[in-house]
Design a protein around this ligand. Structure first.
Ligand SMILES: O=C1O[C@H](COP(=O)(O)O)[C@@H](O)[C@H](O)[C@H]1O
Length: 225
């Protein structure tokens, strides 16, 4: 979804972009490379556009995703495509993007290769930006994922997930790997998601609302109507 800069969602995206840019600059003052983990879906588009316009030493920044649908980048459902089209533009195209997919037919087959890519990055990430769906999922940690318990408990960085409510197989960073960041942000919009997040705050069953796995990170909330 696009948002003009004078709309609440546009202003939220601009504020988040400035905060993320500041975090990257701060980390790059003391380390050679910095890692940014972003989410897919519709919410981050205006944030990606605002961040792409920020002055940063982009060639020293690695960008990867919290999760991905197991589809080719030519698919409209590809989170990598979203990042390439809206974030890796202009000067930001000099960032090094690490995709979570391979040419393999399934995420189970590709998970080893993608794990190798992730292990070459500068963990802990400077920032992990999470989204959240109306079912309380974040990354591809869905309440109905068969592999949810594994993804919440494993020390491996990635899990291939099969989720009855979703049309495609997916690959997701595990909760453990998503925790490996200096800063965590939840970027959500709309009354429906505000209500889901309020529900998440009032209980503790992570299997019911997987976003609960990140409430103690601490998590900076960026929300607009
Ligand atoms: O499927 C996904 O959904 C969530 C939320 O997406 P949104 O469209 O409601 O913003 C996202 O955070 C995740 O990365 C994505 O794969």
């Amino acid at each position: 979804m696009s948002a003009t800069t004078d709309s609440p969602r546009g202003r939220l995206a601009a504020q988040l972009a400035e905060a993320v840019a500041e975090a990257l600059r701060a980390d790059l003052a003391t380390q050679e490379r910095a890692l940014l983990v972003v989410s897919g879906g519709s919410t981050p588009v205006p944030f990606f556009q605002a961040l792409a316009a920020c002055e940063l030493p982009w060639s020293r920044i690695d960008v990867t995703l919290a999760d991905e649908r197991w589809v080719p980048e030519s698919s409209a459902d590809s989170n990598a495509r979203l990042v390439r089209e809206h974030l890796l533009q202009g000067a930001a195209s000099r960032a090094h993007f690490v995709s979570l997919t391979t040419a393999d037919a399934t995420p189970e087959q590709g998970v080893g290769e993608v794990t190798g890519r992730l292990e070459g990055l500068a963990w802990p990430a400077s920032v992990v930006i999470l989204g959240m769906g109306g079912d309380g999922h974040t990354a591809s940690l869905f309440p109905d994922s068969r592999e949810l318990d594994l993804a919440l408990a494993t020390a491996e960085p990635l899990v291939a997930v099969r989720t009855p409510s979703q049309p495609q197989a997916r690959i997701t960073l595990s909760a453990d790997r998503l925790h490996q960041a200096r800063r965590h942000v939840l970027h959500i919009t709309g009354e429906d998601k505000r209500a889901v997040f309020a529900r998440a705050l009032s209980g503790d069953d992570t299997r019911e609302l997987p976003i609960r796995a990140f409430l103690a990170c601490p998590l900076a909330i960026y929300w607009a109507p």
